[in-house]
Design a protein around this ligand. Structure first.
Ligand code: GLU
Length: 606
């Protein structure tokens, strides 16, 4: 094996466009040994033949390689997601879940696939409470088997590959297996994620053995291999996803969750997942949400994600404010734009927390109706002052006038992890896919012998009702999927896709996706600049603002309007693709956040 220094040198050469970096448009490093070294990250690329944008250059290259060899967007999304499981193991992988929105060019139709993790059959509304009815300590639950939901990611891959893919599942898993076996160069983000989680990773021996060899996080520039994960991908290639839902991968997962082994012999809450729960699991294919916005159709993820509905309500509110003030957000100054954006998402979050969960009867149509948004805007919005937080929730009952809501729901917790992948192919198919293991590093429990982390997605449930006396649709229940904020989005015009995007960031996903959409659609920014623009996340409590807003003139103007903000270094990590009418693409990713993303097209130029 090469020394870390040599590898760092190789990586530097690649960054400099040296021999190890195939020119964009050429195949990636083809030799079968040594680390996989893709072309360096670039945050924007334009051209034809298909496009992939993700946070990681290895995963993007895997997707581009699939497109180049004739695979479609479904194939590339599955293969690139599997690669993300290797190179972004703290945000995604076999042990997690996610949501995908897909445009099927042949049928000119948009679809959703729900691969959300699911609670075991034994869960009840009081699973996360103690004998006195108080909520269990959040972090104690995170770092335990109790937070582990039945993973949906392998089932989603299988569903997508079968329904729209052209390549075999085994072929689509091969690049990820190769990356895990050959290794990849550790970047500063990977290193830092281990540093940030070192204490909890050290607590579980299989995780410590993988990510804290000799007690140290992998050095930036060193090569990281994961032979156990290569074995897991090999198992999936040989036996398909039934190895996880009915076979030995599943048995190992259940044992790891039910009987977590700790380094110091301390006990953690055992998981409740059984092999029966795994057998019951199915990826769902619900109808995507649709919101009409300025003549476009914004298609998003329905329940159990709150993403599609909440992004939709936010956009409808912005249109309502335009009408109310007779001034479009395209024409107002930056501070007024951010004010309106903040009021819209705060209002939409009030409604989200009260009305959306994985329960029957969520009033999705009403929540995304213009009538409801008009009522909420009429009651709450002023261009010259922020509404007092928390904003009360509304009544999406189909009968609208101008009433204020009566009461409010306390803010839901927010968290950060996850990763978003966007793919488009030359035939016009588009995949927008957000995948997660919930917190960065999930439950911190690695399945011994198989090299992948288990999610802690069940902590996305509310442990106790958010507000006493107000129904909470997001309490745990048997077989229930916790409410998500993931918002993979595809925008269509007359049924043709023009834009796809998404982001990680827990509840801030909804505000990030809404902000990138409006910066691009209303504020005249290119997608790359819309992604790079400073972010504000207002979710019906104190607002988070990135420093460029917080400390700049907009921050002062927002404060003068009554906004209460805290400074947050970074919100979200978006990726997206513009699909142009001439069949070319602009793929875009973050220039800076999360260490920058990787956008590529098959044939650069134009
Ligand atoms: N578990 C979160 C959700 O589904 C995503 C976590 C994250 O983005 O960090 O909304």
């Amino acid at each position: 094996m090469k020394s870390p220094v040599l590898i760092a040198f190789a990586a530097a050469l690649a960054v400099a466009g040296g021999l190890l970096a195939p020119p964009a448009g050429a195949a990636s490093s083809t030799s079968d040994s040594g680390p996989v070294i893709p072309p360096p990250k670039v945050p924007v690329m334009t051209g034809g033949g298909g496009a992939v944008s993700s946070v990681d250059e290895v995963a993007t290259q895997v997707g581009i390689d699939v497109l180049r060899r004739g695979g479609n967007a479904a194939d590339a999304a599955v293969a690139a997601a599997a690669a993300l499981g290797v190179t972004e193991p703290f945000s995604s992988g076999i042990g997690g879940g996610g949501f995908l929105v897909y445009y099927d060019a042949k049928h000119r139709s948009v679809h959703a696939v729900d691969g959300r993790e699911t609670a075991p059959r034994t869960f009840t509304s009081t699973t996360f409470t103690d004998g006195s009815g108080a909520a269990l300590d959040f972090n104690t639950v995170v770092n335990s088997g109790l937070s582990v939901g039945v993973p949906g990611t392998p089932a989603l891959w299988d569903t997508v590959a079968r329904r729209w893919g052209t390549e075999s599942f085994a072929d689509l898993m091969k690049p990820a297996q190769d990356v895990a076996r050959r290794g990849f160069v550790v970047d500063a983000t990977f290193h830092q994620q281990v540093v940030d989680n070192a204490t909890r990773f050290a607590r579980f021996p299989a995780t410590a053995a993988l990510y804290l060899k000799g007690g140290q996080p992998p050095a930036t520039g060193s090569v990281f291999t994961n032979p156990d994960m290569a074995k897991a991908y090999g198992e999936l290639r040989a036996h398909g996803v039934k190895s996880l839902y009915r076979g030995r991968l599943g048995a190992a997962l259940v044992a790891a969750a039910q009987h977590p082994v700790t380094s110091d012999g301390s006990t953690v809450y055992p998981g409740q997942i059984t092999t029966g729960d795994l057998k019951d699991y199915q990826a769902q294919q619900p109808t995507p949400t649709t919101t009409r916005y300025r003549g476009l159709d914004v298609r998003g993820m329905p329940v159990p994600s709150s993403g599609g509905i909440t992004v939709g309500e936010s956009l409808n509110l912005l249109e309502a404010y335009d009408r109310q003030t007779r001034q479009s957000i395209s024409d107002v100054d930056e501070a007024q734009y951010l004010h309106r954006f903040s009021e819209a998402t705060a209002t939409a979050f009030a409604d989200r927390n009260r009305w959306i969960g994985n329960v029957p009867g969520v009033p999705a149509k009403q929540l995304t109706s213009q009538g409801f948004a008009d009522e909420r805007a009429c009651a709450l919005f002023s261009p010259t002052a922020a509404a007092a937080r928390p904003v009360p929730f509304g009544s999406p009952d189909g009968s609208y006038s101008c009433s204020t809501g009566a009461t409010h729901q306390d803010a839901a917790r927010d968290d950060h992890g996850t990763t978003h992948l966007t793919v488009a192919d030359r035939w016009g198919n588009v995949a927008s896919y957000t995948l997660t293991i919930e917190q960065t590093g999930g439950s911190a429990i690695t399945v011994p012998g198989w090299g992948f982390l288990l999610n802690n997605e069940l902590t996305d449930f509310d442990f106790v009702p958010l507000t006493a006396g107000v129904p909470d649709p997001n309490l745990p229940a048997p077989g229930k999927r916790p409410r998500s904020s993931m918002s993979p989005t595809i925008v269509t015009v007359h049924g043709r896709p023009v834009l796809a995007l998404g982001s990680p960031g827990g509840a801030t996903i909804i505000t990030t996706v809404s902000q990138v959409l409006t910066e691009y659609l209303d504020r005249g920014l290119s997608l790359e600049n819309a992604i790079a623009a400073p972010r504000l996340s207002s979710r019906n409590g104190v607002e988070q603002a990135e420093p460029a807003i917080y400390s700049g003139p907009e921050g002062a103007a927002l404060s003068a309007l009554g906004h209460v903000m805290s400074s947050t270094p970074e919100i979200g990590a978006a990726t997206g693709i513009v699909i142009r009418a001439d069949g070319t693409f602009q793929a875009a990713a973050e220039p800076v956040r999360r260490g920058g993303g990787s956008a590529q097209v098959v044939r650069p130029g134009g």
